[in-house]
Design a protein around this ligand. Structure first.
Ligand SMILES: [Zn+2]
Ligand SMILES: [Zn+2]
Length: 275
């Protein structure tokens, strides 16, 4: 097969997060060269006074530069590609509720993706769910924060909802229960869930003669999504420009087909700006 790229990608990063490479313009040019019609830039959200080295750009250093740079590219390449400016963001309750509201209502960014990787503890230190020793406890916390985020109404879709399978790792009754909670909430709120391509590049266990195996998207989780008939979108989640060419698109298309998912190739980004 030819590994044809997608028409649209709403999930991508920039060098500012500290674990990605390439200039903003290199990403945009790679998107155009690989036939993308829509490309959303959603670097890890930068939060005033809450730096996190190696995970997100420091707000005070990079935020304005991020907004200016992506807006300038949006204008420069408007005849070639539809660019969007967003963030991939954790729901952090009171710490970010007003900030996210302002980002959207003032039109500073066009949208937010809910990507729940870590949270702030009571002393305002970042904690990764995957670093919590008790993986059930980690998953319960993940679920609680994720569901609150979904209910906030701030997010365009849920990035890698099955992230917990990375640390929980087994499809038992507990994992199923968590999946049902997430999926039922998505159903009630009419939210879209994302099939994430990140691990298909970095996490694969691709033994000779075997299928690509990844911690997520998780086969069992997405069977439940299919049964509930929740719409889904594919997120490339690229951290380097060349990944827009080399990511395993044939593999992700066959994943979506195999699970009979209701895949939306493009989605609307409703304006959240208020006067
Ligand atoms: Zn993410
Ligand atoms: Zn991401």
């Amino acid at each position: 097969m030819e590994n044809k790229p997608l028409k649209a990608n709403y999930h991508s990063h920039t060098f500012r997060c500290g674990h990605a490479e390439g200039t903003d313009e290199e990403f945009v040019r790679a998107a155009i060269e690989n036939g993308y019609e829509i490309y959303g830039v959603t670097d890890h959200v930068m939060i005033p006074h809450h730096p996190q080295m190696g995970m997100r750009g420091t707000y005070e250093v990079y935020a304005q530069n991020y907004f200016d740079s992506i807006r300038a590219l949006k204008e420069k390449y408007k005849s070639k590609i539809e660019l969007h400016l967003g963030f991939e963001a954790e729901w952090l309750e009171d710490v970010t509720a007003d900030y996210y509201h302002d980002l959207l209502s003032k039109g500073i960014v066009e949208y937010l993706l809910l990507g729940q990787h870590c949270f702030l503890d009571s002393s305002n230190h970042w904690v990764w769910y995957r670093d919590i020793y008790d993986t059930k406890e980690a998953t319960r916390l993940y679920l609680k924060n994720l569901i609150e985020g979904m209910k906030s109404g701030d997010f365009l879709y849920v990035a890698h909802p099955d992230l917990y399978m990375m640390w929980y790792g087994k499809w038992d009754d507990f994992a199923k229960e968590i999946a049902h909670e997430i999926i039922n909430t998505a159903k009630d709120l009419h939210m879209i869930l994302e099939v994430n391509m990140g691990p298909s590049r970095w996490g694969k266990k691709n033994y000779i003669g075997q299928e690509l195996r990844v911690p997520y998207p998780d086969e069992d989780f997405w069977n439940v999504v299919a049964e509930a008939d929740i719409p889904c979108v594919i997120g490339v989640d690229n951290h380097r420009p060349y990944e827009l060419k080399t990511s395993p698109y044939d593999w992700v298309r066959s994943f979506v087909t195999r699970h009979k998912l209701r895949w939306l190739e493009t989605i609307d980004i409703p304006s959240r700006k208020t006067k």
